[in-house]
Design a protein around this ligand. Structure first.
Ligand code: PLP
Length: 375
């Protein structure tokens, strides 16, 4: 049986979410249609919006469904009327690359420290130097590779002194740690359906209503003119069902943290040369970035795959290849550790047996490789 430990790439969908998705998949349900099927889809869409809004502590009209987290990130960067953007060095490509493409002369990279936390003093210095009239600060809530949770409330407080709009890519945090927009102190967050127990297919851009936002896509008047294109009711209805299970998620996360910490401890004991990225910072309970110099991450990944254990290298590259992690680089991690970094990420379906199996197979594998190399 497959042991799936790659939840940060995409989660296993919950049965309730799959059932909800299936209900709308058969076709005939366009939420813009005036007939009864259309009205049913529209009602499901608005129900889902209410569920998302309640989780984020905003009113439903401030929740816009997009096609993905990537699209939500593109929309906020392109359509919030900013004249300069400040993004952290560890952002997802959909933030960092978009910022650099859209603002070639006015995008600023905020450095992180060795724990992977944004250096707020550096952000303040950058904002001070840039003297932008409408700066946008975008820092993720939790990092996809290391799980490190950013001090968003403090970042937002510092950014506000410069009149900045503050956005957080909360794609990885949503469903793993509870938060509302006002607790974070941000104007907007991005979410994605497939990272928290629903299938791939939709995203969210939610705002606090205090900032103007324009549509990214031009076309029909869907989503109150903020996102043209027929909505993916299947993914969105499934998302609502996944969110209804968040209190179970949060309970299970406590368990995952115990299992994860135990495995990390065993690893450090057996391989004292290994390091856990971001271990000294607050982290998502489900994520481990294990860095073992001397054993290429692609070799670890493929060997585990052959044993039925699915993990990821430091970052899941869109081409399916193992790419060098810009996140670990930004943290000042040495190349030999980056080359040996793997990510183990768990979720609602993960059991202690999964962690045990991972550890047994992985430790045997790397021990064998290291012994062979030493001989
Ligand atoms: N932001 C973060 C932090 C992510 O981890 C991902 C996906 O890996 C995304 C954004 C993009 O989300 P989507 O896959 O919905 O485009």
């Amino acid at each position: 049986m497959t042991c799936y430990l790659d939840y940060n790439a995409t989660s296993i969908a919950r049965p309730e979410a799959i059932e909800a998705a299936a209900k709308w998949l058969g076709g005939g349900y366009n939420s813009s249609s005036a007939h009864s099927n259309g009205r049913k889809a529209k009602a499901a869409l608005e129900d889902a919006r209410t569920v998302v809004a309640a989780e984020l502590g905003v009113v439903p009209s401030l929740v816009t469904f997009t096609s993905s987290g990537t699209e939500a990130n593109n929309q906020i960067l392109r359509c919030a009327g900013a004249d300069a953007v400040f993004v952290s060095a560890i952002e997802h490509a959909s933030v960092i690359k978009t910022a650099q493409k859209l603002y070639p002369d006015a995008s600023y990279i905020i450095p992180v420290d060795a724990n992977g936390e944004v250096i707020i003093a550096e952000l303040v210095a950058l904002l001070g130097r840039a003297k932008a009239s409408r700066p946008l600060v975008s820092v993720m809530l939790a990092n996809n590779e290391t799980g490190v949770i950013q001090p968003i409330a403090a970042i937002a407080e510092a950014a506000r002194k410069f009149g900045a709009i503050v956005h957080s890519d909360a794609v990885q945090a949503f469903g793993k740690i509870p938060f509302t927009l006002s607790e974070l102190g941000v104007d907007a967050v991005s979410l994605s359906t497939h990272k928290c127990g629903a299938p791939i297919g939709a995203g969210v851009l939610a705002t606090n209503g205090c900032m103007p936002i324009e549509p990214l896509l031009i076309g029909g008047g869907h989503e109150s003119n903020l996102r043209a294109g027929t909505v993916n009711i299947s993914a969105i209805a499934a998302f609502a069902e996944a969110i209804k299970k968040f209190s179970d998620n949060y309970n299970h996360m406590k368990q995952l943290e115990i299992w994860r910490d135990a495995v990390e401890q065993k690893i450090i004991q057996q391989f004292p040369q290994a390091k856990i990225a971001g271990a000294a910072a607050p982290r998502l309970p489900n994520t481990s970035c294990i860095m073992l110099p001397g054993v290429e991450n692609s070799v670890q990944l493929m060997s585990l795959d052959m044993a039925g254990i699915l993990i990821s290298s430091g970052s899941a590259c869109s081409s399916g290849k193992v790419a060098k992690s810009h996140v670990l680089e930004a943290m000042g991690v040495l190349p030999e550790f980056i080359g040996g970094a793997i990510r183990v990420s768990s979720g609602w379906s993960t059991t202690q047996a999964d962690y045990d199996r991972f550890y047994a197979v992985w430790s045997e594998l790397v021990e064998r490789i290291l012994t062979k190399e030493a001989a």
